[in-house]
Design a protein around this ligand. Structure first.
Ligand code: WTA
Length: 651
C-alpha cells in the first residue's frame, strides 16, 4: 500500500473546518439533503443535471449499463461547442468575457463569448477546408494561447475528435500519440515561450509527423522570427492566413450523438505505451457542467482562474468545457508561476479580480518554500473559493493555503479525480462539507466511492484499502482508444463491474476518505502522472543501459521525484557524464517532466526468483527506510550492496 509515512501523518490530523459562514450564505448548495436525494436515485439526479445542457433532441434513457460499458443519455443529440459557446451568444452573456488571456511576454487578449464564437466558427471552416470531417482525429500541440481552446472547440463544433498533446512533450511522445490516434491534421505553433526562452514546437512537430497519417499541419504564429521554424510547402498552412480567408458565416454545429467521441487524451498507465482515454459528448458535458455548479459553486459574476495546462485533463475539464459550458469568465495564463517573478499568480488574481483559484499542491508547497511575503504584497480579497487537484495535499500545505491565500475566508476544496473520471469525483461541497486538511472528504452527489480490501469488501472505519467507484457516472471514460480489452482489464478486471482507479485510500473514524497515492507503478511528479515503465523504456533505449528500474521517491515539493537505478552494459564507464546523457535521453523521448531527478548506477537490480524487479525495496532504499520483506528476493546480497552504495552517495 502507498506511502506509510503519509498514513502516519494523517492519523494525527484532527482539525476540522466548517464552511465559512459568509460562503454558506451565498452558496449554490448549502442543504446536505442533496447527498441523500442523489444517492436514493442517482439516475434521476443525473437526469436533472442533464437539464442544464442544451440538447438538440432529448435522450430516451438515462443510462444503459452493461459493465464495463456505459451509455449515458442514450440517443440524446447535442454539440459540446454549442453548449460551451454558442448558447451563451443567444443570451445576456453574449458580450461577457469568456477568456481573459494573460500571455507570457506581457501580451493579453480578451474574448467575449460572441468573439470566441466567431473565432471558433472560422476555425471550423478552416478545418473543413483542410479536409477534416466528423469523426476524424486532430492532434493539437499548442502552448497556452487562445488558439488552443479555439482549436479544440472548432473540432467539437464539426464533430472531429481532438487529441491534445501537452506542449512539454517531446517529438517522440507526440509521434506516438499521433500514430495511435491516426490523426490527419496537426495544429501547432511556430514555437512557444517558456520563462523568456523559445521552445521549438514546430521543429518538434516536423519530426513527429514524419511518416505518420498527418496530411496537413496548421501553424499558429506565436513567436515569429526567433522561432527559427520553416513551413513546408504543400503541407503546412499558416493559421492566421487561413483564418483571414475563411468565411465569416456561422458554422452550423454538428449534431452529435451523446455517445460520439468528444476527445482522446493520453495518460500513463502501469504498463506499455500511454493509453488514449476516450471521453464522449453527452455524459462528459453533463458531468463537467454539474461540477462547476456543485463543487466550484460557480456564479455568473465569478472570475475563474485554473492554473493547469490545457494539455492535461484538468485544463480540458476545468479551463475549457466546464467553465465555458457554465458561461464563466475565465483567466487563462500562458506562463510559469515564477516568471518574471514569484508574484505572478498573485498579480494576475489582483489584476483580474479572480474569485476562484484552482491549483496543484505542488505549487502550494513551492509558494510555502518561497515564503508568504510574495502573496502578502497583493490584495486578494476578491478570492472566495480555493481548490487543489492532481495529488494528495499534505495538511501543512492545506493550512498554508487557507491562512496565507484564503485568509481563513475561503473554503479549501481538495478535488480527487483522474483523466479517466472526466471531472471531480471526491471533493467537499464548499457550502456544506466540513473539511479536514489533507482529506478530499466524500464522493460528490451522484458518485459512489468505497474503500475496499483485496476481496472487494468495504473496509471498516479507520482502515485502508483500494479506492473504487462502484457505480457508473456520466463523465466516465468509455474505453481506451483502440484497446477495449485493456480498458476492461485495467479498470474493471479486479472487481467485476466496479471501477478501479489505482489509488490507495483510507477511511477515518468519521468516514472521510484520505487518498494515499497510487498503488501501481505510476508516479506523480508535481501533479503530472508518469508511468515508471515509460521512463524505464526510455533509459533502456540508450545504448549504454542494460536494465533500469524507476521509482517515485517522496519529495517535499514535487510530491514524488523520479529516481532511477540503472545497470550498464559491459565496458561502459559510469559517471556524471553518463548521468547527464541519460537524463537528456529521457527528456528527448518523453519530455522534461519525466527527467529523472537522480540516477544511481548499480551492478544488479533486486529481483524476485521469477525475475520481477522489486521496486518496493528500491523505494525503501531511496527513502532511507528499513528494508521491507526480502524473502522473495533471488539474491539478498544485491539489496545490501545497493543500500551501502546509496548511503555512500547520500553522504
Ligand atoms: C492523483 C488529474 C490525491 C491520483 C486530475 C489520481 C490525487 C491521479 C488528487 C490522476 C487529490 C489527483 N488527492 N491524489 N485531490 N487528484 N490525484 O489522470 O493518484 O493526471 O489517480 O488527473 O492523480 O492523475 P490525472
Amino acid at each position: 500500500m502507498a506511502s506509510s509515512d503519509r498514513f502516519d501523518t494523517l492519523l494525527s490530523e484532527i482539525r476540522t473546518f466548517a464552511p465559512p459562514s459568509d460562503f454558506v450564505a451565498q452558496a449554490n448548495f448549502s442543504d446536505p439533503g442533496i447527498y441523500e436525494i442523489a444517492a436514493a436515485d442517482p439516475e434521476a439526479y443525473w437526469a436533472q443535471q442533464a437539464g442544464h445542457i442544451d440538447w438538440f433532441s432529448h435522450y430516451k434513457t438515462v443510462l444503459d449499463w452493461q459493465p464495463p460499458h456505459a451509455k449515458w443519455f442514450v440517443d440524446g443529440k447535442l454539440n459540446a461547442t454549442y453548449n460551451a459557446v454558442d448558447r451563451h451568444r443567444l443570451t445576456s452573456r453574449k458580450n461577457k468575457a469568456a477568456i481573459m488571456w494573460e500571455g507570457e511576454p506581457g501580451d493579453s487578449r480578451v474574448l467575449t463569448y460572441d468573439m470566441l464564437g466567431r473565432e471558433v466558427d472560422r476555425a471550423a471552416h478552416v478545418l473543413t477546408s483542410l479536409g477534416v470531417k466528423r469523426g476524424d482525429r486532430v492532434a493539437i500541440y499548442l502552448p497556452m494561447i487562445p488558439e488552443l481552446p479555439i482549436a479544440m472547440l472548432a473540432c467539437a463544433k464539426i464533430g472531429a475528435i481532438h487529441t491534445v498533446v501537452f506542449a512539454g512533450f517531446s517529438s517522440v511522445a507526440l509521434k506516438d500519440r499521433i500514430e495511435d490516434a491516426e490523426a490527419q491534421l496537426l495544429i501547432t505553433a511556430d514555437a512557444s515561450w517558456r520563462r523568456g526562452s523559445v521552445v521549438p514546437l514546430k521543429n518538434n512537430a516536423d519530426l513527429a509527423v514524419e511518416g505518420t497519417s498527418v496530411q496537413r499541419v496548421l501553424v499558429v504564429n506565436r513567436v515569429g522570427a526567433a522561432a527559427n521554424s520553416q513551413m513546408r510547402e504543400g503541407r503546412d498552412v499558416d493559421w492566421e492566413t487561413a483564418m483571414a480567408a475563411a468565411p465569416t458565416s456561422a458554422f452550423p454545429a454538428a449534431v452529435m450523438d451523446a455517445e460520439d467521441v468528444l476527445y482522446i487524451l493520453y495518460t500513463s498507465g502501469t504498463t506499455g505505451k500511454p493509453k488514449g482515454i476516450v471521453h464522449t459528448t453527452g455524459g462528459y458535458m453533463v458531468g463537467v457542467n454539474t461540477s462547476m455548479r456543485t463543487v466550484f459553486d460557480l456564479k455568473d459574476d465569478d472570475v475563474y482562474f485554473c492554473t493547469a495546462d490545457i494539455g492535461w485533463v484538468t485544463g480540458h475539464t476545468y479551463i475549457v468545457y466546464g467553465p465555458l459550458s457554465a458561461g464563466a469568465t475565465l483567466v487563462m495564463y500562458e506562463g510559469a508561476p515564477d516568471f518574471p517573478d514569484r508574484e505572478r499568480y498573485w498579480r494576475i488574481i489582483e489584476k483580474y479580480g479572480c474569485t476562484i483559484f484552482y491549483t496543484a499542491p505542488t505549487s502550494i508547497r513551492t509558494f510555502m518554500k518561497w515564503g508568504p511575503q510574495y502573496v502578502e504584497k497583493h490584495d486578494l480579497r476578491t478570492l472566495r473559493w480555493l481548490g487543489t487537484v492532481g495529488e494528495p495535499i499534505n495538511p501543512e500545505a492545506w493550512m498554508w493555503y487557507n491562512e496565507h491565500v484564503g485568509k481563513g475566508r475561503c473554503p479549501i476544496v481538495d478535488t480527487w479525480w483522474q483523466t479517466e473520471t472526466g471531472c471531480a469525483m471526491i471533493a467537499p461541497l464548499p457550502g456544506i462539507t466540513k473539511t479536514k486538511p489533507g482529506s478530499a472528504t466524500h464522493p460528490v452527489p451522484g458518485v459512489s466511492a468505497r474503500v475496499v480490501d483485496e476481496a472487494g469488501e468495504p473496509v471498516a472505519l479507520g482502515q485502508g484499502g483500494y479506492l473504487v467507484l462502484d457505480k457508473p457516472w456520466p463523465s466516465m471514460l468509455r474505453t481506451i482508444w483502440k484497446d477495449d480489452e485493456r480498458f476492461a482489464k485495467t479498470y474493471f478486471g479486479k472487481y467485476p463491474g466496479v471501477y478501479l482507479p489505482g489509488d490507495g485510500a483510507r477511511l477515518d473514524g468519521d468516514g472521510y476518505i484520505w487518498i494515499l497515492g497510487r498503488v501501481d507503478d505510476v508516479i506523480n511528479v508535481s501533479g503530472h502522472r508518469i508511468g515508471t515503465m515509460e521512463v524505464e523504456s526510455a533509459l533502456v533505449d540508450h545504448q549504454s543501459v542494460a536494465e533500469a528500474a524507476v521509482i517515485g521517491r517522496t519529495h517535499d515539493v514535487k510530491g514524488q521525484a523520479i529516481t532511477a537505478f540503472v545497470t550498464v552494459k559491459e565496458g561502459v564507464t559510469t559517471g556524471d557524464e553518463l548521468v547527464a546523457e541519460l537524463k537528456a535521453h529521457v527528456v528527448k523521448l518523453i519530455g522534461a517532466m519525466a527527467r529523472p531527478e537522480e540516477i544511481h548506477f548499480t551492478a544488479e537490480l533486486p529481483k524476485t526468483r521469477s525475475a520481477k524487479i522489486m521496486r518496493r525495496l528500491l523505494r525503501d532504499i531511496a527513502e532511507g527506510r528499513a528494508i521491507g520483506d526480502t524473502t522473495t528476493l533471488a539474491d539478498a546480497n544485491v539489496i545490501e550492496a545497493l543500500k551501502l552504495q546509496y548511503q555512500d552517495r547520500e553522504q
